[in-house]
Write a protein that binds this ligand. Sequence first.
Ligand code: ATP
Length: 315
Amino acid sequence: MQPVLSIAGLGKTYKSGHTALSDVDLSINKGEIFALLGPNGAGKTTLISIVCGIVTPSRGTVSVAGHDHARDYRAARSMIGLVPQELHTDAFETVLTTVNFSRGLFGKPRDPAYIEQLLKDLTLWDKRDSKIMELSGGMKRRVMIAKALSHEPEILFLDEPTAGVDVELRRDMWNMVRGLRERGVTIILTTHYIEEAEEMADRVGVISKGRLILVEEKNALIKKLGRKTLTLNLAEPLESVPEDLSQWKLELAGEGHELVYEFDSHAEATGVPSLLRRLSDLGIAFKDLHTRQSSLEDIFVGLVHSSADEAEKAA
Ligand SMILES: Nc1ncnc2c1ncn2[C@@H]1O[C@H](COP(=O)(O)OP(=O)(O)OP(=O)(O)O)[C@@H](O)[C@H]1O
């Protein structure tokens, strides 16, 4: 299948001399939800801004459904909708005028039925004649989404879509994103909320210091890098992990009251049964035990840290 978005060798060095993006290669398939994760300043907005034509790249190419971004900019851009991080729109205009105007900017003929449905889907129809400045922050955000979708784009970029929004709007956004995907729209979102990526994304990309350090199917990533921990609540606290237990990767926590064993849940032998037997032989009793699968968040934090360490070593 031909990717709907292809990015090759993309780089950006700002006039200040700061390199915000280096050697980014990325292919996005039609109809997928792709989550771009990264800490503050990693380069997520720069990447999105280049694809949306707001920032000029210093190096590399972008192609949208076969349209080269540089040579065939209008065609490429008309296939993209962007919901930016910051809310900026004409405060004095009404919702309906603003959204119709956005559609017109892309040279699309008026389509009142489409716009009506769009505003209804975003619970904005009742507010269609309100001025933007009269709306709440959450409603303004919905208007930004309506504007981004007004010209029926094939790819929708959502830059931090749920930063600072309430639970209800976040849930509505997630439903809307799923609905769009069902209609074949490709969604690329950046987020600080790993939970959001975990809930929504088909694939995840991790960006750190301007480099795309990983792109992977979300489920495969959790499976591959996911570790499990077994925590035993000890009947009596230990001062240190006994020598006799050195063959297991163990740590003490909770001031010696918890013995924590980290293991690979996909390994043939997890080491759990033998550890429990050994503890019993040594007379180390426990009151309770529980296991925990590492989340996308643990994986993400680990990845970003190790990439930062490597960058420091290379420097
Ligand atoms: N116009 C600019 N001129 C100079 N440096 C810039 C400019 N815009 C962004 N940067 C720098 O480039 C780096 C990447 O910024 P970017 O906004 O792309 O990161 P981000 O991953 O989107 O961060 P956040 O999650 O905080 O939005 C940062 O160090 C930022 O300070």
